[in-house]
Design a protein around this ligand. Sequence first.
Ligand code: NAD
Length: 372
Amino acid sequence: MIVGVPRETDAGEARVALVPDLLPKLTAAGLTVLLETGAGALAGFPDRAYAEGGASLSADVFGEADILLKVRPPKLDEVARMREGATFIGFLQPYANAATIRALAARRVTAFSMELMPRIARAQHMDALSAMSTVAGYKAVLVAASRLPRFFPLFMTAMGTLTPARVFVIGAGVAGLEAIGTAQRLGAIVEAYDTRPAVKEQVESVGARFVELTLDTEGAEDAAGYARAQPEEFYRRQQELMSRSVAAADVVITTALVPGQRAPVLITEEMVQGMRPGSVIVDLAAEQGGNCALTEPDREVVKGGVLIIGASNLPSTVPLHASEMYARTVTNFLEHLLEDGRIRLDLEDVVTSAPLVTHQGEIVHEAVKARL
Ligand code: NAD
């Protein structure tokens, strides 16, 4: 079977779905790898490195591949070029991408959405969302530090003492915890908040202060460990209670998400106006609508001297390691699907069935189908 790795064509996307180091894993499983010329170039992996690892190069892989590994969802013209019955593995943004999902089904592509991988221990090494959240959380802090008109750490100099920056992290899942760790390594004073009660201990265990809010968060977590959507009144009260922490912060990193929903608005325009000029908000929820009311995805907005960065694809700005991490998750998943060098789907296995969106001409994922 031929595994095709196309060049990513979305503006600003520098990642690639396969890195040269993983080629032996695929060839040992009996697969042939076909890489689109230049696919790894922006991530720091030249064609030569893939060729040396045994991959072939081609100007267009869509029509030849039995299995496609990709980072971003395919374009409609790319779906039209895919072989009927091919397998696609990549991010699909399945709840926001109706036309692509329908086109994949019509093309009889077996399409897996890496966003829908179950969060269970057995699938941890295939968890692309966690891998990318780690990169995003780290880079969000560096972006904030580079735009903040002050230092992060405490400086005691002959010219006097400079106080450390205060960082407030809202949402302490994978990205938030990574942001906390990175901000602390840079010497900031870090506070965090999350609606899931279990997070308090995790925040404290990495040395940050958990902000206590008098909110009823019982039931804020679902059985899978994700946040549950809350009524508007809950968010209104949360905004009110958090406004002091937001006003005191030099940097606010927001990561709060509820799967399959628009991100909750937790920082209002009024709260932004309460912040000191020069403060920075990095909104990692930008692609899902943003946690700050003023966020614009992929844009920077300045309001009352406060900079709001709508960061929708930070992993692409650390493309080498982000590609390595992502490629591991997709190749681990592909290995999971293989039996004697061919794809065999065991639909009784949740690791196979949970991320499966289209198969044999149908949209088979119930939640995605319902949303479309
Ligand atoms: P996510 O990206 O869906 O959300 C980010 C964080 O935002 C979450 O912690 C969520 O509770 C928080 N949030 C939502 N609404 C909020 C609000 N109104 N105010 C403040 N915070 C809010 O979550 P994630 O980072 O993907 O992680 C979710 C959970 O899954 C975590 O418990 C994580 O440890 C767990 N997880 C498990 C595995 C595994 O077992 N394989 C892998 C990854 C993550």
